[in-house]
Design a protein around this ligand. Sequence first.
Ligand code: NDP
Length: 278
Amino acid sequence: MDHYALIGHPVKHSKSPLIHAAFARQTQQELSYQALLAPLDGFSDTVEIFRAGGGRGANITVPFKIEACSLASRLTGRARLAGSVNTLTFIDGDIVGDNTDGVGLVRDLLVNLGYQLTGRNILLLGAGGAARGVLFPLLQTRPISLTIANRTVKHAHELRAAFAPYAGQTAFTAGGFDDIVGWDFDVIINATSASLDKEPLPLPADIFAPDALVYDMMYGSGDTPFLSWARMAGVTRLSDGLGMLVEQAAESFALWRGVRPRSASVLSRLRHKLAPKD
Ligand code: NDP
């Protein structure tokens, strides 16, 4: 049996073991997938022990995605661009680092939610690791405009500068939350971790184009604070990041096993499991 793991801190509430177990059953692959808690100062040791014990690959979550980038002996192009790694594959003596978060988000938007991004005005909130990971695949969908807005304006500008060579015809801008006053967006993606602190983002409530889609990368049982805010402002097309989680896992699974699992049924079962109980 081949062994895989999610390595992070914390990992207790992760849904990844459930998702990969479902993929393995569906594709009849013999594998185990466990959640491994790494000490904050012991990420590389945890990876090495797991690898030495026969581990074939690992997903990496907070706060180790950047460290995983340095640990990898080889990086895929998209991981190098993102500057962060969420998937490690152990091949012979090599540790190959990849990033499947961006593909996961775009597939959730295009396939699961059926929302085309080409020709749209996109607002990306946040300039941390998750925003970095999704920028290139978002630009590849050729939106009319892509705006990054972040609490620390300098971080938004740095991110724009790093990805400007890939913007093509897209109007690509960056700034703070005040800079988007008076603008309308078709797609608003929250890649900040503000929802974790249950803090509202200081955003104008009139930034939604008609029929706008509001997406929060965070997920949980019921609306996240960000989705509740958008719903109060009258938005009806809303999604949390559960689909992104399942799709990034499907991409990692396909990299490791050479077979792509069908994600829709796994997502709907997980959604049902997480639904708020009366
Ligand atoms: P980082 O810590 O790298 O970045 C955090 C970002 O949030 C920064 O832009 C930071 O701004 C901003 N921020 C934090 N607190 C606040 C606040 N109170 N008000 C306004 N902005 C704030 O985190 P990640 O990028 O790794 O993760 C971001 C979110 O995306 C998390 O909720 C994570 O769970 C989710 N995620 C979901 C995935 C999925 O599969 N569904 C995959 C990956 C991430 P500043 O620059 O000013 O500090």
